[in-house]
Design a protein around this ligand. Structure first.
Ligand code: NAD
Length: 333
């Protein structure tokens, strides 16, 4: 059992990770810049701190006396956010840089960094029938402008801190993660949550039409949060030193994603395609050869199974916010 810091614990993945590591009996210091009433999950067994981790001094104070760091803190969101907030996305470099320096100087034993499929070369994602991005496809580098370049640079910082300072860094490239207790409105939400919310609202408010970003033929794979948490912990505790994909290889088009959610909702809508909306690359999928080789495992929760749980949670939130305009915070034990 360890003494573990989770940066970005008030967010979607950090909240789930805090819950899991607390259940496993670890001592957790959970840190996020957001005020506590905006955290998706608050764990009373963790020490919950509100700190801006772009500030070097806050990073040194946060890691003091602890053993491991999971860095899931970033100023990020779906395509609608990252295409319009490139400078803000790049400034997350301060979080990882200062956390790495603090980890090095305060004797942290292991360090996890949450990277992204947005590091991959855009030219390798122009075909909707993407055969799966291999880890080597990040180079020659042509990452997603802003957000992707920050991730690629921060991956390399982790590598050099490992090589030069013997800090055990581990890096996973997440491919679209979804599930309950995450962003589903406000402009930072990603496709699965956005489509669930739009269909739920259409049902509740008797709307006949759904607006889809792009022509609906662009493809992605989506990883359910439980697979993501298992992968993070297994990668952190492994000897895998180079960045590795952590994603589902069940690729679907956005139209198929909408079909699945309509099926869950038992509600069909007329589709209107907004070709001017941010839509990202044409085709993206995760090649899981390496993770299968190292961990003898890969994310396997089906999209239909994960979407049902996500849809049910978002439906509760939309109904609750309609009633009292407050996001429900869960105090998990
Ligand atoms: P999220 O936005 O829900 O969580 C990130 C958290 O970081 C937020 O709660 C935010 O307040 C916090 N944060 C931002 N700036 C901070 C600062 N200066 N100091 C302290 N905390 C700060 O996002 P998420 O989906 O949970 O993503 C977690 C990590 O995984 C991020 O690094 C993200 O880039 C990466 N990632 C996520 C996905 C995905 O599909 N969700 C895909 C690829 C990579």
């Amino acid at each position: 059992m360890g003494k573990i810091i989770i940066a970005g614990a008030g967010g979607f993945i950090g909240g789930h990770l805090t819950k899991e590591l607390t259940v496993l009996g670890n001592q957790i210091r959970a840190v996020d810049i957001k005020p506590l009433n905006k955290w998706y999950q608050i764990n009373p067994k963790a020490e919950n701190l509100v700190l801006d981790l772009r500030e070097k001094e806050n990073c040194y104070n946060a890691v003091n006396g602890f053993d491991e760091v999971f860095n899931l803190a970033a100023d990020m969101g779906g395509m609608g956010f990252i295409e319009t907030h490139k400078a803000a996305c790049m400034l997350s470099v301060l979080i990882n840089t200062h956390l790495l320096m603090a980890a090095r100087d305060k004797g942290i034993k292991r360090y996890f960094y949450a990277s992204s499929a947005c590091v991959y070369n855009g030219e390798k994602q122009s075909d909707p029938n993407n055969q799966g991005l291999k880890e080597s496809d990040a180079y020659p580098a042509l990452a997603e402008d802003g957000y992707g370049w920050e991730k690629l640079f921060s991956e390399r910082m982790c590598r050099h801190f490992r090589e030069d300072h013997e800090l055990r860094t581990r890096v996973a490239r997440f491919h679209n993660v979804y599930g309950p207790y995450g962003t589903y409105d406000g402009g930072r939400e990603k496709a699965p949550a956005a489509i669930c919310r739009k269909i739920i609202e259409a049902k509740l408010f008797d709307k006949k039409e759904i607006v889809i970003w792009g022509d609906g033929h662009q493809t992605r794979s989506f990883m359910y949060i439980d697979d993501c948490i298992k992968g993070i912990l297994d990668i952190m505790n492994s000897d895998i030193e180079e960045p590795i994909n952590l994603g589902s290889s069940e690729m679907v088009s956005i139209n198929q994603l909408v079909d699945y959610v309509e099926e869950i909702a038992s509600h069909k809508l007329k589709r209107k395609y907004d070709l001017n909306a941010p839509k990202g690359v044409r085709g993206r999928n995760s090649d899981n050869t390496l993770i299968r080789k190292y961990l003898h495992w890969e994310p396997s929760i089906s999209l239909k199974t994960g979407l049902k749980k996500t849809y049910d949670w978002i439906e509760q939130q939309v109904i609750a916010s309609k009633e009292n305009d407050n996001r429900k915070i869960i105090f998990n034990e």
